[in-house]
Design a protein around this ligand. Structure first.
Ligand code: SF4
Length: 149
C-alpha cells in the first residue's frame, strides 16, 4: 500500500508538471476514485459506461458498473464479511453473440438484451451508457421509455 501510494503520488506529480493526460487501467476502484477524473468502464472489450468519477460510487447507470461497485470493499466493510460477487463469467473473445455481452450475468436483462446489443448512448452531460435498461432513468435520453429504476 505504501509503495502504491508513492507510485500514484509520483504519477500525479509528473502529470501536473508535464501537463499531460494520464490514462490509468485498473480494477482497483479505490485507486480509480483517488486518481481519476473520468471513468470508462469496459466489459468484454467494450466501453459500457463513461462517467465522471464523482458519480461512480452512487450514480452508475450500467448494471455491470453497479455490480463492480457493489463487489468492492469499503473502509467500513467488516473484514469477515463475504463480499458480493457477479455470478457467471465474462465471455471469451469471440464468444459474444448478437446481444448485450453482459446479458447472461445481468439481473436486469430482458428478452431484448439477448438479441440486440446496445450501443453507447448519451445519458446526460458527460455521461454515456451501453444498456437498454440503465438504472438511472431520470437522466436517460433515448432509453427512458424502457428503463425502470
Ligand atoms: S442491455 Fe440488458 S443485459 Fe445488458 S446491461 Fe443493460 S439491462 Fe443488462
Amino acid at each position: 500500500m505504501a509503495v502504491q501510494r508513492q507510485v500514484l503520488g509520483l504519477l500525479a506529480e509528473v502529470r501536473v508538471e508535464s501537463g499531460a493526460a494520464l490514462l490509468l487501467i485498473s480494477h482497483d476502484l479505490a485507486v480509480v476514485a483517488q486518481v481519476c477524473e473520468r471513468v470508462l468502464v469496459m466489459y468484454a472489450g467494450l466501453i459500457v459506461e463513461n462517467l465522471p468519477v464523482t458519480e461512480l460510487l452512487d450514480g452508475a447507470a450500467h448494471p455491470y458498473t453497479r455490480a463492480l461497485v457493489g463487489a468492492a470493499p469499503t473502509m467500513t466493510t467488516d473484514p469477515g464479511t463475504e463480499l458480493a460477487t457477479i455470478p457467471g463469467r465474462p465471455p471469451e473473445p469471440g464468444e459474444t453473440g448478437a446481444g448485450c455481452p453482459f446479458a447472461s450475468r445481468c439481473e436486469r436483462a430482458r428478452e431484448r438484451c439477448h438479441d440486440d446489443a446496445p450501443g453507447l448512448t448519451d445519458l446526460g452531460p458527460g455521461r454515456q451508457v451501453a444498456c437498454w435498461y440503465p438504472v438511472r432513468p431520470a437522466a436517460a435520453t433515448s432509453h427512458t421509455t424502457e428503463a425502470t429504476s
